[in-house]
Design a binder for this molecule. Structure first.
Ligand code: SAM
Length: 281
């Protein structure tokens, strides 16, 4: 075993996560980011982009299920979904579990992510060749400007809110998403951790609220994301995502109706989050 220690370079975290590394399976670069695939005795294989953990064999399903299933279960029969980022295929795999899905766009700026996921994370990449998946390797903001038609859900599974991912967190981008969603559509984007990025979470909510008639926030416990109490920011044209509209699709390992209902922030905490100047609850 190589006695390597991997210290994560999370741009916003006040602490550093360190992982033992057994093997380095791959390192490489694309025009967009640096890649590493390593193995850790507890988490198994881990994908890092620019030194930040994206997901691991052991715990990827928590995030991918919570990114896909809350919005989609709040709808009776979602047909068309757009996933921005998520080139590894984890969110797409979950989206495809909904029997009503007819088209799932996968819009990741970097095709190298998909290639690496296929090679090293076949269980995560399992849905990438499904005939309902439409691959659009390009910037998500450009895709949304060019996209014509409606979608039931737009799910943003990007890297942290820095660099080329920042184009996915602007009022213009959110406004484009609002226009693409029908009256019962939903927009969901990751928005960092309530423990470490409280003000950033508030900023995303404020920007969403400047565009969408209804906004909300739910969370999930993610062991390998800085701050662990990970946020999913929601914008809709009126649809309330807090109540699942149907039975849970199978199989899931974490998401279920009870998790869905309990994941949303209680009203009093949401009000505190939105108080200007607050740095925590
Ligand atoms: N679940 C991970 C997380 O929350 O950190 C994200 C996984 S996924 C690998 C992140 C993806 O976002 C990367 O593949 C990256 O290429 C993509 N991405 C970042 N900015 C993008 C943009 N502007 N348009 C499309 N994809 C983008």
């Amino acid at each position: 075993m190589i006695d390597l220690k991997l210290t994560e370079q999370d741009p916003h975290a006040p602490i550093r996560y360190q992982y033992a590394v057994e093997d380095v399976l791959y390192t490489g670069k694309s025009p967009y980011q640096e890649f590493a695939v390593v193995t850790n005795p507890f988490f198994g294989r881990m994908l890092l982009l620019d030194g930040v953990v994206q997901f691991t064999d052991r715990d990827e399903f928590y995030y991918h299920e919570m990114m896909a299933h809350v919005a989609l279960h709040a709808m009776p029969s979602p047909r068309r979904v757009i996933v921005i980022g998520g080139g590894d295929g984890g969110v797409i795999r979950e989206v495809l579990k909904h029997p009503s899905i007819e088209q799932a766009y996968l819009v990741d700026i970097d095709p190298e992510v998909t290639r690496i996921s296929r090679e090293f994370f076949p269980a995560v990449a399992a849905g990438l060749d499904d005939p309902r998946v439409i691959h659009a390797p390009m910037d998500g903001a450009l895709f949304m400007r060019q996209f014509e038609g409606h979608a039931d859900a737009i799910l943003v599974d990007s890297t942290d809110i820095i660099g080329f991912a920042t184009s996915l967190f602007t009022a213009d981008f959110f406004d484009r998403a609002r226009a693409i969603l029908g009256p019962n559509g939903a927009f969901v984007t990751l928005s960092e951790s309530l423990h470490f990025h409280f003000e950033m979470v508030r900023d995303v909510q404020k920007t969403l609220a400047s565009v969408f008639p209804r906004v909300d926030l739910y969370t999930a416990p993610l062991a390998t994301y800085g701050g662990n109490w990970w946020c999913f920011a929601v914008g809709t044209n009126g649809l309330d995502l807090r109540v699942p509209a149907r039975e849970t699709v199978t199989p899931t390992r974490y998401y279920c109706g009870d998790i869905h209902r309990s994941a949303f922030l209680p009203e009093f905490l949401y009000r505190r989050l939105m108080e200007e100047g607050r740095k925590g609850f």
